[in-house]
Design a protein around this ligand. Sequence first.
Ligand code: ADP
Length: 516
Amino acid sequence: MLPDFRLRQREYLLEISRAMSARLDLSAVLELTLRSAVELLAGQAGLITLRRDDNSFFPHASIGLPRQAVPLFEPLWRDLESEESRSAIPDISLRLALGSKAAGVPLRQVVALPLEIGSETIGHIFIFRARGAAFSNNDRQVLGAFADQAAIAVQNARLYQQVNAERERLNAIIENSGDGVMIVNPYRIIQTWNKALVNLTGIPPEKAIGRPCYDVLNLRTNQGVNVCHTACPLLHPPADGRLYIEGLHRRADGLTLTLANNYSPQFNEEGKITQYVANVRDITRLREAEELKQTLLSVISHELKTPVSIIKGYAGTLAREDANWDKATLAEGLGVIEEEADRLDKLINNLLEASRLQAGGLKLRLSYVELDDLARIIVKKLQTTTPKHTFVVEFPPDFPPIRGDYERLQEVLTNLIGNAIKYSPEGGQIKVGGAVTENNLVRLYISDEGIGISPGDQEQIFDRFYRVDNRLTRQTPGTGLGLFLVKAVIEAHGGRVWVQSSPGQGSTFWLELPFE
Ligand code: ADP
């Protein structure tokens, strides 16, 4: 064989490989293979058949044959048993003669080789001559290389198809997953953003894909700190390897969600991370439920403190061995203890009920309440807990009763007077008083000479859990729920509450309630 023939063969084969790696479609690669083989073998036509799922063969690519003539060469691949198809095709000259005649294309010589992937024959390559000598063994050998290329091309196309089908299947799973699924690259740029995430966040894919996830999700803490910047598990992987982050996401429509992202990294063969798949769940309800539970616990502990300290104060005083209490004092002290224990019991029940009824608002048990008397009773009780403070109670003699919930109003005054004590650690005077306004409302005040509240904090102290951040607050037990409850109860009575204060000058809390 001539060296330049070998050279040409190499060039052809190279060209075919290039075509394959350029992902040309299968038919184009097979046609190129045929054209090269026909030329090299000095043939006039060529044909490649492939096997169908039912094991029969069909012509997939041809060259040098009129298109409509191709199927008429069917005797060439008719009834090939798998055994036969692997070796030489039996009676191939006869088959060609039949095909040529049927198609009306005079072809005299044929050489055919199976296309094989492993031990499987997936088709055949045929090269035809219309004239000249029969194909030699050499020709068969040359054709072998082309048959291999064709088989590889078919195999590649099948794998590619499989990968594509698999990818589409995966995409469909991700797209239709009920959970939010986001895929980010190692630089945290979003690659995939599924339908559930669109529904959850209201952000369409085109506004998410290609952008950094820390900008799109923008997860924050309650205090507004962007946790995607400060605590991203992809930047600072935790020791336990759990790639988790949660935070508040503010939607364009103003709704705030708590989102929880669980990332799982995907690695390439070298062990490098190629991407992270994040499951994004809406845990707003869960966190709300937890907060409610937390609230309930906090409220209970907060509200229990005052009566417990009164009981402890009385019990300690009555138990003093150096004192010889008379019967009347003993009876009064024990009476207070019993009353406070009852109040505790009721308080717990009320709190449980309030938490159950939170959605439906507060339920009031209305009766006539003499707020002036109530204030005197509470002052008298709380006085026993603090030797540093003096108390002044000032109500006009004809102060009218109001219709309200006795126990809840008792909670309100206890909270406000308790705060007046708590937040004036140096002692001082605490005044509780009231008057009737011109527009038939009763107005109460509770004033102290304590640390006062800055204007910025005054707006927020009635919010749930809000506590002013200063040393005294940090040292003072409390949950930031007292004033929240005060406001809820007063508003449920159709009234309002506000504060007047300046830092260092003491505070005055005002209550306004309607009366009949
Ligand atoms: P708590 O006392 O449990 O912290 P509150 O809801 O009763 O919760 O009060 C909220 C915050 O308002 C307190 O933490 C405190 O900083 C501030 N505050 C309430 N009452 C007073 C007061 N009389 N003087 C100064 N600060 C007060």
